[in-house]
Design a protein around this ligand. Sequence first.
Ligand SMILES: Cc1cc2nc3c(=O)[nH]c(=O)nc-3n(C[C@H](O)[C@H](O)[C@H](O)COP(=O)(O)O)c2cc1C
Length: 342
Amino acid sequence: MTRQARKLEHLWHAVRSEMRNADFSDINLVNNCLPETAICALDLSTRAAGLKLSRPVFINAITGGVEESDSINRELALVAKECSLPFAVGSQMAALENPHYSKTFEVVRDAYPDGVVFANIGAYADPDMARRAVEMVRADALQVHLNVPQELMMAEGDSDFRGYIRRIEKIVGAVGVPVVVKEVGFGIAREQAAILKGIGVAAIDVGGKGGTNFMQIERRRAHLKTNEDLTEWGIPTAIALLEAASGAPGVDIIASGGVNTGLLAAKALALGASAVGIAGLAVKILLSEGAEALIARLRNIECELKTVMVMTGANSIDELRSVPVVITGKTREWLEARGIKK
Ligand SMILES: Cc1cc2nc3c(=O)[nH]c(=O)nc-3n(C[C@H](O)[C@H](O)[C@H](O)COP(=O)(O)O)c2cc1C
């Protein structure tokens, strides 16, 4: 199967799949009955990967490199512009191998010339490819994605992952923009976060379990008969945030993987995330209900986030990152077993 056909199937499955939210039920925020704050006075700006962002929520990597993605990327970029959100393009590997597909990414800069835009490549790319990906969209930062379980589930996927650390290190040294290493739904643990810190990545997007499930999507695409329990593989998003933060202190941590509501975004930020990425929900709403519906949903998420900020007494994202958080249940047990403290 060609890469193009696969990308179309991913879009199709993402739109058809039931939307799942990450499980943050063990993460409890505490009501502040005397908040010295007001909705109109909230500061939503944040910093991630060394970039100043006017909003903490962004549209995470989805598509590009297939004819249909031209209009999808343009519309997503216009939505991001309307809501003043950063925007990450999908993997540019197809365009790096065949320049015909570059236009499906370049449309993003035409639509959103002043926006914060992330380029995106796989960890097997070389520094020259990384530089070209950044130039293609005049990116402010570069995402390098990791998706080992997905590759292993794909009939046509990779099965040899040696050398990624060295490759990412070379990319970090070559691109001239901050590098964000991201998972796509299986989470990043403390040990690998520490390695990523050691090779100089600017931010870690934990891409935890709980939202879009690429093992499930690949299983369905290939009509695999493997047991379904394998598709529950991964580190849940809330836990991955704490794992990555403990392994890479001082590195910005980005939350993604089913962070689809304002309350979940607030909890992720309160756990220490600098920003929150949303992918599956965004493309599902765009393709099934249209751009206006997506704008409305993103505004609703921001509105909920502001509500929670006031209820916790946080005036800014920075303050939200240090409100009291009570961690209970299985999440607490996991953290204790791993010796991780919030
Ligand atoms: C249709 C689709 C295509 C995706 N393609 C890419 C990609 O090309 N590169 C990448 O880094 N992540 C890709 N992702 C993963 C997302 O960026 C994100 O990490 C993952 O879906 C988890 O977030 P979510 O639960 O908000 O969807 C894709 C996600 C979807 C739904």
